[in-house]
Ligand binder design. Structure first.
Ligand code: ADP
Ligand code: GN1
Ligand code: MG
Length: 372
């Protein structure tokens, strides 16, 4: 892509090494704007970085996001070193801003940060096989384990009430009340779908409130494309997208990964006959995740992991629907009813999960037995 003077000034603000060669936009991800930068080095090798504009609608306090990222990456680096592992290319490394700090403000008040590029790796939007998805499950399980001794109180809440289902429902109702009438009419069936499940889907927040589920340091956005996989070996190298690492339930991390990665279709599939739960992918992810966490999570957490999948699918579907009713202000969209298409797809998937809950529970029970 051609590099304008504004972009050039932003790039010059970071301590990148070498001579800028190219900038390419990475379009995966619904929130931030991400660019892959390549720099020629004096020895004629090429070094790459990721430059990101932090979405100011989603993240009101980017400096707090970066404080969290700094703390969490330092902790992960140390945890790996203690286990005798090399953290190079396995933990995000923040590139400093020239003159100090790790957050750069542009002329319009926008916030930018940069990371070393995770090399020889790819992020995928769909799993190729249950084994590959299992590798992603292990990555999120290990992530959970390495942060088990992180002091939760030091983390900022980067998006308040991010997975508070009840507050999400209240926001949804407020959006229904002030929605454009044509959009509300178009989404009538989906609005009813949400309303029919309101109480049942608050089960996780209720259990947290009752002290039945503990709060842990969780990733909270565990899509398969937030794990970088080694291009040659398929090994999970690095968990990325740490902007929502906050206090949460392990059920959220398990559930959101299943929602996105164990679907037979992409997140915005229009042909709903293609959308279902892929039970083999579910088992693959569950096996990786439970193998890592069986001894760290409580029995109640483990037994309720499938509930996490249902609740996260409901919640994200409701958030897409809310954004559709709001006029598409939050998630990046490619066409006018994109958020409605995404919501319908989530609700089809949720219906299938409801039908197959027994199978999910049985698999999880079997894996708990195997790994505890
Ligand atoms: P978003 O919040 O928009 O999802 P992400 O931080 O997940 O933003 O970045 C979007 C995509 O950019 C990722 O899915 C991944 O493909 C790529 N990416 C992000 N960080 C890195 C990195 N450090 N190295 C290599 N690729 C990256
Ligand atoms: C967003 O940033 P990204 O694309 O990984 C969103 C998640 C949703 C997801 C749905 C900060 O994730 O909460 O589950 O889209 N992230 C934020 O695909 O809102
Ligand atoms: Mg992402």
């Amino acid at each position: 892509m051609t590099i304008g003077s504004a972009m050039k000034a932003i790039i010059d603000g970071f301590e990148f090494s070498g001579t800028l060669q190219g900038v390419e936009e990475i379009k995966t991800g619904h929130i931030n704007s991400t660019y892959r930068l390549s720099f020629a080095q004096p020895d004629s090798s090429v070094r790459e970085y990721v430059l990101q504009h932090i979405n100011g609608v989603a993240f009101k306090k980017p400096d707090e996001v970066m404080e969290n990222v700094q703390l969490v990456t330092e902790h992960l680096r140390q945890a790996m070193q203690e286990k005798g592992e090399d953290p190079e290319n396995r933990v995000l490394r923040v590139v400093p801003v020239r003159g100090g700090g790790i957050l750069l403000l542009d002329a319009n008040g926008g916030s930018w940060r940069a990371y070393d590029f995770i090399v020889n790796a790819e992020s995928r939007d769909q799993a190729e096989s249950p084994a590959q998805f299992g590798e992603v499950g292990r990555a999120f399980g290990r992530f959970q384990n390495m942060l088990a001794d992180f002091p939760i109180a030091r983390l900022h809440e980067t998006i308040p009430d991010f997975h508070d289902t009840r507050k999400r429902e209240a926001a949804f109702e407020a959006s229904v009340a002030k929605a454009d009438p044509a959009r509300a009419a178009e989404a009538a069936g989906e609005i009813a779908f949400v309303r029919a499940r309101k109480e049942a889907m608050c089960r996780i927040v209720d259990m947290i409130e009752a002290g039945e589920l503990p709060l842990r340091v969780t990733h909270n956005d565990t899509k398969i494309n937030n794990v970088m996989l080694d291009r040659d070996t398929g090994e999970a190298l690095c968990v990325i997208d740490l902007d929502t690492v906050m206090a949460g339930s392990a059920l959220y991390d398990f559930g959101d990964a299943v929602r996105f990665g164990a679907s037979t279709a992409v997140e915005d599939e229009r042909d709903l006959s293609r959308v279902a739960l892929d039970i083999d992918l579910f088992r693959g992810f569950a096996e990786g995740f439970i193998a890592e966490t069986a001894r760290g999570l409580t029995e109640t957490e483990l037994l309720n992991l499938p509930l996490g999948a249902l609740v996260m699918t409901y919640e994200v579907g409701m958030r897409f629907l809310t954004d559709y009713l709001d006029g598409d202000v939050y998630f990046r969209t490619a066409y006018s009813d994109h958020n409605l298409v995404r919501a319908r797809c989530q609700f089809k998937l949720l219906s299938d999960m409801e039908r197959r809950r027994g199978e999910m529970d049985a698999i999880v029970r079997e894996l708990i037995e195997k790994y505890r």
